[in-house]
Design a protein around this ligand. Structure first.
Ligand SMILES: *[C@@H]1O[C@H](CO)[C@@H](O)[C@H](O)[C@H]1NC(C)=O
Ligand SMILES: *[C@@H]1O[C@H](CO)[C@@H](O)[C@H](O)[C@H]1NC(C)=O
Ligand SMILES: *[C@@H]1O[C@H](CO)[C@@H](O)[C@H](O)[C@H]1NC(C)=O
Ligand SMILES: *[C@@H]1O[C@H](CO)[C@@H](O)[C@H](O)[C@H]1NC(C)=O
Length: 410
């Protein structure tokens, strides 16, 4: 039981991080290109973790201020509030009246308090108390800095102009983001920032397999991170990927033409193929566990449960499968939510009718997904998945609702 609060705090932290780090990308902030160092490409920059980008951003502002110090971490390097004071002075708009006066305070805790007073002037007194600064609490200080970046990046475009690149190419697709959020919500380590580069050593995939089917991974066969730095490290990573693919075969994944090397190389198409099947397997394994069944739950069983649940609550909607055009207006999902938790849907907020506009379809889908989450279904599909009737994603929506219904929360 003792480990429990830690586990919950850990998961909560993962969720907070997902939100805080969402904006730290070239796509959201093209001016990040100014942080490129000699000889680096944009790909190099995109491969950095959000923590690394935030440190660079911090140091960039220290350099711009002509300050001699640099920070390498969010703990001992920030404890005396000196670098923070300089950073705040650099990023605050002139009219905010932020200055470096905290530096004349000798007592570190009082200095931290004054520094946070400056942060308050730009609406950023968040996440840390003076004592968290003085103690160098790494998580809380990281959150403090991430929030400063999100609200006051204060980056100008590079002098030579923004590099010529297609943002779409570097940005993350909706699907990638969903998969990443799902993994992080399960608490994998390390935190997955990039769906491809962070999966290349096989360790995250193996952790996920272990969550989908506890005990399936023989951890004594897995090479740990320490071995990657030594000679032959790439071979160790490849061995992990080969082992992950071997387990995927045991789990009955469809893996035509996929081997460990494709994962180790970060091949997008093939990595996605594995990850998608993993997410589906996880959802179905949750269902199976709840049903206390020794056989996997099949698609028709979910359809059947959906139809029955809808009919039993007097709803007129039904589905024939996960490609059913009836899913497009989200009504089956909305009705199902109301069937699971009667009265939860405000039908006056739903667009009814047979010929809805694209706008109305997406409104319904957004409402449907948000209501799924509101009644406690851990749905990770996105509104567009319903409107566009993406069968794999639609399946997960109904499966997640079924899990919610069977866990019996009211
Ligand atoms: C933080 O980085 C500094 C160097 O900038 C180093 O001396 C210190 O040990 C680091 N602290 C932690 C907790 O890693
Ligand atoms: C796990 O792998 C190790 C090393 O390959 C092997 O000796 C051991 O028998 C395996 N354990 C199980 C339960 O398969
Ligand atoms: C990834 O794998 C697919 C299928 O084998 C192949 O067509 C594609 O060229 C590979 N992509 C890269 C970047 O290697
Ligand atoms: C669900 O309901 C539809 C429409 O009533 C019907 O065509 C379909 O066969 C049903 N499917 C299952 C598995 O119950």
């Amino acid at each position: 039981m003792e480990g429990r609060p830690h586990l919950i705090l850990g998961l909560l932290w993962q969720v907070i991080k997902i939100g805080l780090f969402a904006k730290i990308s070239l796509q959201n902030c093209p001016n990040l290109a100014v942080l490129l160092q000699e000889g680096e490409t944009l790909e190099d920059l995109m491969a950095l973790s959000p923590e690394e980008i935030l440190l660079r951003w911090f140091n960039y502002h220290l350099e711009q201020a002509g300050h001699p110090r640099r920070v390498n971490n969010f703990s001992s390097d920030i404890m005396d509030s000196e670098c923070y004071t300089i950073l705040l002075d650099q990023i605050a708009p002139d009219e905010a009246g932020v200055d470096c006066s905290p530096l004349s305070e000798g007592n570190l805790e009082r200095r931290a308090d004054k520094m946070l007073g400056q942060a308050h002037k730009i609406g950023c007194r968040k996440f840390v108390r003076p004592k968290d600064v003085v103690k160098g609490n790494a998580r809380l200080n990281l959150a403090f800095v991430a929030n400063l970046f999100n609200t006051h990046p204060a980056l100008k475009p590079p002098e030579e102009g923004l590099p010529d690149f297609d943002l779409g190419e570097y940005g993350e697709t909706r699907e990638e983001k969903t998969f990443r959020n799902w993994m992080n919500s399960l608490g994998v380590s390390p935190f997955v920032n990039n769906l491809y580069s962070d999966l290349k050593d096989g360790l995250v995939l193996l952790q996920l397999f272990d969550k989908v089917k506890p005990g399936i991974v023989n951890w004594s066969k897995v090479n740990q991170k320490e071995t990657f730095k030594k000679i032959g490290g790439n071979m160790k990573k490849l061995e992990n990927c080969n082992y992950a693919v071997e387990i995927a075969h045991q789990m009955g994944f469809s893996l035509v033409g996929i081997d460990g090397k494709d994962i180790a190389d970060g091949n997008k198409t093939l990595t996605l193929a594995v990850v998608w099947q993993m997410m589906r397997a996880y959802t179905l394994s949750m269902l199976q566990r709840l049903a206390g069944s020794d056989k996997p739950i099949s698609d028709p069983e979910i359809v059947d449960w959906t139809n029955t649940t809808l009919r039993d609550s007097g709803k007129t909607t039904s589905i024939t499968g996960f490609r059913d055009p009836a899913i497009s207006n989200s009504m089956p999902v909305i009705d199902l939510v109301d069937a699971i938790k009667p009265g939860s849907i405000k039908y006056e907020l739903v667009n009814c009718g047979t010929s809805l506009s694209d706008e109305e379809l997406i409104q319904n889908a957004k409402y449907a997904i948000s209501m799924c989450r509101k009644i406690g279904a851990r749905v990770y599909a996105l509104p567009d998945d319903l409107v566009e009737i993406k069968p794999k994603m639609c399946l997960t929506v109904f499966a997640c609702l079924m899990i919610r219904a069977k866990t019996g929360k009211k």
